[in-house]
Design a protein around this ligand. Structure first.
Ligand code: SF4
Length: 113
């Protein structure tokens, strides 16, 4: 049977818009304390857009520009679509060294949260 489905979801224009990833940031920021990082890579697996290893084998956060933030205590905004993955990384981090912080500095996830 032939149908005449002209729903907007099937149009190429809407498909293109729907496939564009959101780059919006949440109000949360995340940082890693490399002094406690075990280098196991859990965070890099869960959120490779936010965490990456440097040549020292430790995880660092990276910004929307893809550059690692290697200064001690450096943090980056958590991309809105990745909040759950970043919080999961902080909750499960074997080194207990991922800190997800709210704008007022209190912890959303991480050691002591
Ligand atoms: S999950 Fe934690 S301990 Fe493991 S690499 Fe990432 S920051 Fe380091």
């Amino acid at each position: 049977m032939v149908t005449d489905d002209r729903s907007p979801v099937a149009t190429p224009t809407n498909f293109s818009a729907a496939s564009t990833p959101s780059t919006a940031s949440s109000t949360l920021r995340v940082r890693v304390d490399q002094a406690e990082c075990t280098g196991d890579g859990l965070c890099v697996q869960l959120a490779p857009t936010v965490f990456e290893f440097d040549i020292d084998g430790l995880a660092y956060v990276k910004g929307a520009d893809g550059e690692l933030r290697t200064r001690a205590g450096a943090s980056v905004p958590v991309p809105l679509p990745l909040v759950d993955d970043v919080v999961a990384a902080a909750d499960d981090c074997p080194g207990s060294c991922i800190y997800v912080e709210r704008p007022d500095g209190t912890l959303e996830a991480g050691p002591g949260s």
